[in-house]
Design a protein around this ligand. Structure first.
Ligand code: SF4
Ligand code: SF4
Length: 329
């Protein structure tokens, strides 16, 4: 396997930055997230980042097009996409899986989202294996291997004071060839994964949920929810958005921004009808979407076991607890 000492990694990233926009996990204003690599930046490689990488492909707010009105005529100006190719270094297996979920939504079944597609096609993914799960990680319960991510162009392995690299796709192999001067070939032993603190049994849950739309369990599960939407915003797979216009005089811009099914306004209709009037209906939708509707439509769960919502929900509405309750009901 090709290896590099962690001390030399900044030099490799520096070289990559000459030809690509390189995004790495780091602390940014007190929050760990992916950010553009620059000299002197301290990388956050010990554990997964708080903010998932979804905003790299699906930004929190994104301009779709500009427009100008003149009397009854309307001129539309497209927003030109960024030209640069990008590399994301250090994506954990759970977040690689979440990108596969987003690919299904934005690129398949005849609905191709050109904003997402453009960024996705210009991106090369470097996965990073985990050695020690965090307190709320439960990816293995969701069928994910934390040491071997799906969908990476290159997989990096944490070998203690070194990193090992394996080129998975052709794009990944040719990127590794470009930085071959930093790498040495050697035989390595991959470290074994430490025990998970959190596990859950998901077996049969998507099928069981087909009969549970009107089950009283939703009253119990939703009772403490604040409908604050932290769980959706922090989730690497949640992908709902709203579209709005900002207009000044004759000039305007169409913008899309993240939205959440946990908000009442999300389903409010112009005529006043509200199909999800209370938090029971909203919480139920969140879990049915992740555990039943998405598997039905795309044959995969919309939860990767990253544990972010488990940590950040202010009232501890824990998805693993919800899955266990459904299993027992
Ligand atoms: S973070 Fe917790 S309280 Fe907030 S909307 Fe999600 S489940 Fe409800
Ligand atoms: S539902 Fe929670 S645990 Fe699952 S992917 Fe989203 S944030 Fe992670």
């Amino acid at each position: 396997m090709k290896t590099i000492s962690k001390a030399k990694l900044p030099e490799l990233l520096e070289q990559l930055s000459q030809g690509y926009k390189v995004l790495v996990p780091a602390q940014v204003e007190g929050v760990s997230r992916f950010t553009i690599y620059q000299q002197g930046l301290e990388l956050a490689l010990e554990e997964n980042v708080t903010m998932p990488p979804k905003d790299i492909f699906f930004p929190q707010t994104e301009k779709m097009y500009k427009f100008k009105t003149q009397g009854k005529s309307l001129d539309i100006e497209e927003i030109q996409p960024e030209e640069s190719l990008q590399v994301i270094f250090g994506i954990r297996s759970c977040d690689l899986k979440s990108i596969q979920c987003l690919d299904q939504v934005f690129l398949t079944k005849g609905f191709v989202d050109k904003f997402y597609q453009d960024k996705r096609e210009k991106t090369l993914l470097i996965g990073l294996s985990c050695v020690k799960p965090m307190e709320a990680c439960f990816c293995t319960s969701m069928g994910i291997d934390p040491q071997q991510g799906e969908g990476a162009d290159i997989q990096a392995y944490d070998l203690g004071d070194k990193l090992g690299f394996e080129g998975i796709t052709e794009k990944g192999q040719s990127l590794l060839a470009k930085v071959a001067n930093f790498l040495v070939e050697e035989k390595v032993m991959l470290p074994s994964m430490e025990e998970f603190n959190l596990t859950v049994d998901i077996e049969g849950v998507p099928e069981k949920l087909k009969e549970m739309f009107d089950h009283p369990i939703w009253d119990d599960i939703s009772r403490k929810c604040l409908n604050c939407s932290v769980c959706s915003y922090i989730c690497p797979t949640c992908h709902c958005f709203d579209i709005a216009s900002e207009v000044r005089g004759t000039d305007g811009v169409k913008i899309r921004c993240w939205d959440s099914c946990m908000f009442g306004e999300y389903t409010a209709m112009a005529g006043g009808h509200q199909p999800r009037p209370g938090k029971k209906e909203r919480v139920r939708n969140r879990f049915l979407h992740k555990l039943r509707y998405f598997p039905e439509r795309y044959n995969m769960l919309l939860c990767t076991g990253c544990g972010r919502c488990v940590v950040k929900c202010p009232v501890n509405l824990d998805i693993t607890d919800v899955i266990s309750k459904i299993k027992k009901a």
